[in-house]
Design a protein. Sequence first.
Length: 275
Amino acid sequence: MPKKIVTKSKEIVKSLNAWKQEIATSGKHIPYLTVRDVNKIGRRHWIHCPRQGRDVHLLSDGEIRAYKILLWQPNVISVEEQYALDIDETLDIATGANIIHPRDWKTFLGHVMTTDFVVTIRIDSGSTKCIAYTFKYWNQLFEHQEDGSVKQIKARTWQKFAIEREYWRVRGVEYRVITELDTTKPCAWNIEYFELAHDLVASSDELKEFGQAFIETWTENPRHELQDHFKAVQKLIGHSYQRIQSLFQYSGLHHLIPLNTDRYIRVFRPVELLL
């Protein structure tokens, strides 16, 4: 029996062209897959992103954590989620690598592949570059062995990664696979706390004054609770407690003070600075 070949349908081509046209017309990114398109069991997140000024569709708890952590890195310009790959190219890559392209197993019609995040960053020279990210939970990719080593599992998942990696390689784009070990719950939780002050209006002088005062009070009493540092800074620079907290949140969001965000930041606990 001859080997079946994965092909594309007219409907798929039409949907891809419509997606590209919608982006060209609107002038902003639109995810190819949305929460409404995905019926699998699991948590989905349809949120309005204050930084990018648009609705964002994340298809798991892990994805929303990854999105927030990637978005608020200091040099990040934009994060485009659920980014569709040209099916003609992915079909060619799959054929060349002798990999079965993602498809409907009954009809052998190919599915459009998507990359979870395409991140545009500003580099030191003033130019920009893109990095493509796929998010998967660690236990979907690896398992621990009795001898202490780690083994890759689910070969089919890694085949799909290989198609994505090659797709981005020919475009000069680095491709990375990340897990919840890279995008931890404490770090994402802290960002959500910081985001409460995302629209704070503060001058560079005020932020500098706050940062210097906070580091001074922390250096004197690193084991004090965060709320105690707020009160100490309040006395030093004369702002209200609420203003001090907002300056702290804004500074944390924009990496203006060297906070350790690997642990949950709460006002009734000590906070760690990486000095």
